[in-house]
Design a protein around this ligand. Sequence first.
Ligand code: FAD
Length: 297
Amino acid sequence: MLETDFDIKKMTSFRIGGKIARMYFPATIEEFIEIKTKEPDAFVGGNFSNILVSSDGYNGAVICTKKIDTIKFSGNMVIAGAGVRGTKLSKLALEHSLSGLEFMVAFPGSVGGEVFMNAGAHGQMIADVFKSAKVYCPEKGIITLTGEDMEFSYRTSVCQKKPYSVLEAEFILTPSTADKIQEKMNENLSFRQNKQPSLTLPNCGSTFRNPEGDSAGRLLDEAGVKGLKIGGAHVWENHANFIINDGNASSLDILMLMDEMYSRVKERFNVELKPEVRYLGGNNEKEVEICRKLNLI
Ligand SMILES: Cc1cc2nc3c(=O)[nH]c(=O)nc-3n(C[C@H](O)[C@H](O)[C@H](O)COP(=O)(O)OP(=O)(O)OC[C@H]3O[C@@H](n4cnc5c(N)ncnc54)[C@H](O)[C@@H]3O)c2cc1C
C-alpha cells in the first residue's frame, strides 16, 4: 500500500515530523522486496520510536514494516516479522512461559528496529536471545544471518554498516514459569517508571549513546542540562539523557537542544557524545548543519 505526502507526525514516538513523499506499508515479505526493488533507496522504519523525522518532511520513499507482523512459536523458539512490536512479543512469550524477552516489556520498538539497534535494557539485549534473521540484501536477495554474522555490540549490528533490511527474526527462549517471567517484567516496569519517560510524554528514548565505560546521563546531568528548554522541547527533569516534546516542538528545536547538550558535555568533559537517535529529513539547511556536526547524517 502506498500513500503520498503522508503525514508521519502521529506515528512517531516524538510526535514530530512532516510529510513523507512516498510512504509504503507492505503486508508481506514479498511485497517488501517488490517495493525495495522499485525503490532501492527507500528508508526502512519500524515503529519510529528512535527516529527524529524532520518537520520539513522527507522527499524520498519510506517503507514502514508494521504490517509484516506474523508470529510463530515452536517449542522454545519464536519467529517474528520485522513489524511485530517488542511489547507484544514479550507478552506472548509470557503466555508461552518462555523467558528471555522480559526486557522488551515496555519497548515501543519493532523487531526489525530492535535487531538493527541491538536494543537492550535491564542487563538483557537482543543479541542474548537471537538465533537468526531473514534479511534483504540488495545484491543477493533474501539471506539468513546468524548471531555471529550480525556483529552485535552495544546498540549496533551489521545492519548499520550494510544496506540490510531485517524481514523477520528468530529468537531462542528459555522455558520458565509465568510467575517468574511476570515478576521480572514487573521489576523492569517499576524501574522504568522512575528512570524513563512514558510515551504520554512524547520522546525518542535515550538521546545519546553511553560512551565506553561511562553514562551519557551522568555526563549530561553534571553538565547541568536537566530542564534546559529550547522552543517546544526540554530535557527531562528525571534523567538528563531524554528530551521531551512539550506538545509543539519542531525537529529543529530538538536538534538545537541536542547541539547544546553535546556542546556542554564537550566543554566540561572533552567527551564527544554520539547520538543514539537517528534522523530522517534533509530539507532544512540549519538541521543538516547540526546533523553533520553531531554525526547524525
Ligand atoms: C519511551 C521509549 C523507551 C525506549 N527504551 C529503550 C530501551 O530501553 N532500550 C533500547 O535499546 N531502546 C529503547 N528505546 C529506543 C527504541 O525503541 C529502540 O531503539 C527500538 O529498537 C527502535 O525500534 P523501531 O521499530 O521504533 O525503529 P525505528 O525508530 O523505526 O528505526 C530505528 C532505526 O532502525 C532502522 N530499522 C527499523 N526497522 C528496520 C528493519 N526492518 N530493517 C533494517 N533497519 C530497520 C531504521 O532505519 C532506523 O535507522 C526507547 C524508545 C522510547 C520512545
